[in-house]
Ligand binder design. Structure first.
Ligand code: OSB
Ligand code: MG
Length: 374
């Protein structure tokens, strides 16, 4: 599979409803899309880096620059047998996992199309239907949050995750539990607490949460292990896990009982499989995290979620929760049982709406192999 050209595109897409976490509010996504041209086949990927360096040190502009200056030139002109071989071509660049993942995932889509197979089968997936939950941000009022939960439960979602921060935690969780004593409920702190908050965090135990996600520093594993020993509630790590060795460290130290895998955060589908396998060997269930993706990134999340150890509902939910109109056809839909059916179409199975993408594109650059340029 010869990589002839890589196209970067920036699109601006307003969210239907703002998304607020302990580190800030997003109203509009700056979406970075990648197209890999491989001998007449187009593979698509999405870079999940945010609008600023707040969830991770990567952000949309750093990813654009890194792909444009360093990563795409390492790939164009190369002939690779499999998408999984692209990671080693880019390993000279340290970090920048979200930038790398966008490229690698585009190549998985291209490889799958070349082989007339769905990406999920190429990954070794076994599920034909994946379980879906929702992640609900911090709202302007408790009533607004309860209303949103009600809507999502009525739509069939299997698990509710709410964002928490100091001043938006115990009281909110108490209200949710009072109204819905039995639902699968978890919370995500996005690194907002510190070890002296231990007495406060112990009070979360009374809400019988499925998990508390990333309570402490974004780059910490050790203190999460100390904290996990003190809590009944399972800790789930998100921000701390960048590759399979991080997962191994976290598991061996007892820093979590669950891991959230985000394809972008770990640098692509190949490493996501490695994290999955590490967790599976150690009997740690995983679920697929989301980064407010368009249908293009969402489609890769769906494919990944078909692997057997994705035993908990993920943050992979319907296009219409985020976008007035998604940029793929069909849009991602969730059944009334809170599942997404996985199809057998080649590639990710979700076709980019090229006219709409072109219309929304604010910036575009194409990197061609030198041989193709002359
Ligand atoms: O921590 O999971 C997170 C969105 C942006 C940054 C971090 C996170 C999130 C989400 C979004 O929770 C989940 C979704 O895509 O619906
Ligand atoms: Mg999280």
């Amino acid at each position: 599979m010869k990589i002839e050209a890589i196209t970067l595109r920036e699109l601006h897409m307003p969210l239907k409803h703002f998304f607020e976490t302990s580190f800030g509010r997003t109203e509009e996504r700056r979406v970075l899309l990648i197209t890999a041209d491989c001998e007449g086949i187009e593979g698509w990927g999405e870079c999940v880096a945010g609008e600023g360096p707040f969830f991770s040190d990567e952000w949309m502009e750093s990813a654009w620059a890194t792909i444009h200056e360093f990563l795409a030139p390492l790939l164009v002109g190369q002939n690779i047998e499999q998408a999984r071989n692209s990671a080693s071509l880019m390993s000279h660049v340290r970090g920048h996992n979200m930038a790398k993942a966008a490229l690698e995932n585009a190549l998985w889509d291209a490889e799958a199309k070349a082989k007339a197979q769905p990406v999920w089968k190429l990954l070794g997936g076994t599920r034909t239907e994946i379980d879906c939950g929702v992640s609900i941000g911090i709202q302007d009022s408790h009533e607004q949050l309860l209303g949103k939960i009600e809507t999502e439960l009525a739509a069939g979602y299997q698990r509710i995750k709410v964002k928490v921060k100091r001043g938006w935690d115990l009281e909110v969780l108490a209200k949710i539990r009072k109204r819905w004593p039995k639902i699968l409920l978890s919370c995500d702190a996005n690194s907002t607490y510190r070890p002296p908050d231990l007495p406060h965090l112990k009070r979360f135990d009374e809400f019988r949460l499925l998990m508390i996600e990333q309570p402490l520093w974004h780059d910490d594993i050790f203190h999460h292990a100390r904290l996990q020993r003190e809590l009944e509630t399972a800790i789930c790590l998100d921000e701390s896990i960048h590759h399979a060795r991080d997962a191994e460290t976290a598991i061996e130290l007892g820093a979590c009982r669950i891991i959230n895998i985000k394809v972008g955060r770990v640098g692509g589908l190949t490493e996501a499989i490695a994290v999955h396998d590490m967790c599976e060997r150690n009997k740690i269930p995983v679920w697929c995290g989301g980064m407010l993706e368009t249908g293009i990134g969402r489609a890769h999340n769906i494919a990944l979620s078909t692997l057997p150890n994705f035993r908990l509902p993920g943050d992979v939910s319907a296009s219409q929760r985020y976008w007035a109109e998604d940029i793929v056809d069909p849009e991602i839909e969730v059944t009334s049982r809170g599942t997404i059916a996985v199809g057998n179409s080649p590639g990710t199975g979700f076709v980019p709406k090229k006219d709409l993408i072109e219309k929304l594109t604010l910036r575009k650059e194409i990197i061609r192999s030198r041989a193709a340029a002359v």
